[in-house]
Ligand binder design. Sequence first.
Ligand code: GLN
Length: 534
Amino acid sequence: MTRYIFITGGNVSSLGKGITSASIGRLLKARGINVSVIKIDPYLNVDAGTMNPFQHGEVYVTDDGAETDLDLGHYERFIDIELSKRNNVTTGQIYDSVIRNEREGKYLGGCVQVIPHITNEIKHRIRLAARESRAEVLLVEIGGTVGDIESQPYLEAIRQFRNEVGREHAINLHLTLVPFLGAAGELKTKLTQHSVKELRGIGIQPDLIVCRTKCALKEDVKAKISLFCDVPKECVISAPDTSEIYEVPMNFEKDGMADIILERLALKPEENELSDWKDMLDRLANPDGKVRIAVVGKYIQIRDSYLSILEALKHGGIANKVEVDSTLIDSSRLEKSAGLKLLEKANGVLVPGGFGTRGIEGKVRAVQYARENDVPFLGICLGMQSAVIEFARNVCGLRGAHSSEFDPETPHPVIDLMPDQRHISDKGGTMRLGSYPCVLASKSQAAQCYKKKNIEERHRHRFEFNNEYREKMGEQGLEFCGLSPDGRLVEIIEYPKNGFFVATQFHPEFKSRPTRPHPLFEGFIRAARGHAGV
Ligand code: GLN
C-alpha cells in the first residue's frame, strides 16, 4: 500500500519545492524505502517539450522519452532513480484526456465539469504513478503557488485523495518563505501565516511546514509558526539557504524531518544509510584544486537552461576531487574574433545542445578553438553537430558545410534531418526521444571512460550526422566511435589526435548522479584537471 506526501508551496515561486521533494526522497531512500515522485505542472502545455528554455529552463528527458520539467532531474539525481512519463502530470494532459473521453461519449450524457471530472482524472494519474512505480511512498509536488487559479483543481483533488486513501496514509507539507527584514532585525512569519490560511480555506491543513530562510529558524520563530498555523513545533522545519543544493537533505536530517514523516505515515524502517551521500559532500567540500570550464551556450541568461549539464560537470568534479568553475558564455560573443579571449582561461570547453540559427557560428568557433589548441572538449547534441560542421569546413575543406536545420541550401549538409522526421509536422513529442542503445568502438576515448562496449543514452533531436560524409571525414582523422547497433546512426564522434575530444548526439548529462558521476563527465573533467595541472 502506497503512502503519499503532498508538497505545496506558498508566497512566491522558486522557493525550492523541487529540491525539497528530492531531498525528502533521498532521506526516505536512505531508510530503505522505495520512493517515487510526481511533479504536477498546472500549465496547459501537454509537456515541457514545446517551451523554450527562456520560458522554462531545460527540458529534462526520461528514459522512456518524456520531455519533462527540470524538477524530474532533481528527483533522479538526488534519489538515484529512473522516472517515466507518468512522473510529470500537466493540466494539458488532464484536459486532453477528459475532452477525449467526452468526445468518445464515456461520460454517458453527463455534464462534464472541473469537479468531479477533472479532479477524478488528477486522482487517477496519481494512483497510476503509485501503481506503476510500486512506491511505498509517493511524493506529489504541486507546481505553482497556493492561491494561483491554475492550481486550484489540484489542491481540491489532493484534499479528496487523502480522504479516499485514509487520512493516516497521506500527509501535507507546505513550503513557505520566512524573510529577514533588516529594519526590524528579525525573521518575519506573517507570510507563512497567510499562506497556511489560504491553504486551509481550500480545506487542507498542513502537517509539516518547511520554511525557506537565510539562516536556520530559532526556537521562538518555530514556536510562533506552530501557534499560528496549528502544527506541532517539531513539524516546523528550517530550510536555510545553502551554497550547495546537495546539502539540503542533511539540513532536513538535522531537524529530524524524515523521522517525523515516517512516524506520521506509520512506517518503521530499520536502517539509515546516508554514508554515500556524506562521502559525496565531503569530496565536494574538499577539492584538491580548481578547473575552469567554458560552457558555450545560447540560452545563458537562464542558468536553469543548462541545469543538468552544470550538475553533471559538478559530478565530474566530485569524481576527480576538483572544484569545477563553470562559466556560461554566450556563443554569439565568439562570433567576433575578440570574443575568443573568453575561452583563454578555460581548461575545458563544453558546447551543449540547442535549436535555431542564432549563435551557431560562435559554437563552431568554440569547437575550432578547442580542436586547434588541444583543450579538452565535450560536445553534446547541437555541440556534436557543431563539431562536425567545424571539421567539415576547416579540416576537410568543405566550404559552406552546415546543418540543413540552419542552411537548407548548404552545398554540404553534413548534418541533415533524420529520414523518419521528414514527414512530421507536429512539434510536440515528435523528436527522436529517450533512451537508445549505442555500441562503442574499442580503444576509443569513450570506451575508456565507460569501461564497456554497450551503452544506452537519452536523446532529443531531429537532425543527425549525414552518412554520405562518413568516409571523407574519416579519412581526415575524425572517428565515429559510437554507433547505433545497426551501424546506421552516428552517436559519438572523436578526434583522437587531441587528448580529449568527444562529442555525442545524445545527452549524457541526464544520467549523471552526484553519487554516480557520468563516465564522460568524469573523463572530461579528468582531462581538464590534467590541462589545469592540478
Ligand atoms: N537542433 C538539433 C536537432 O534537432 C540539436 C538538438 C539538441 O541539441 N537537443 O537535431
